[in-house]
Write a protein that binds this ligand. Sequence first.
Ligand SMILES: [Ca+2]
Length: 83
Amino acid sequence: MAKPVTIPGELPETRPAGDFSAPAHLYWFEAGRDGGALYLPHLIDDASGVGTQVVAVDLNGDGRSDVVVANKKGAFVFLQTTN
Ligand SMILES: [Ca+2]
């Protein structure tokens, strides 16, 4: 049986089904431990969303994972930077 996880901080409300007027947030979650599983959210983008297709891969060969998403809004590439 899966154990419950803790997500610290406040995440925006999820969008009601069919409501595409609300911001489409995209997060990555940093895994950790605090007596149990802990996932710390990091906002990547507040306009693209994730849709049904998402891939984390190093696109530019710099050794850091980048994120590619495709959904009804289009295709988006997020290159990880050092900042
Ligand atoms: Ca990269």
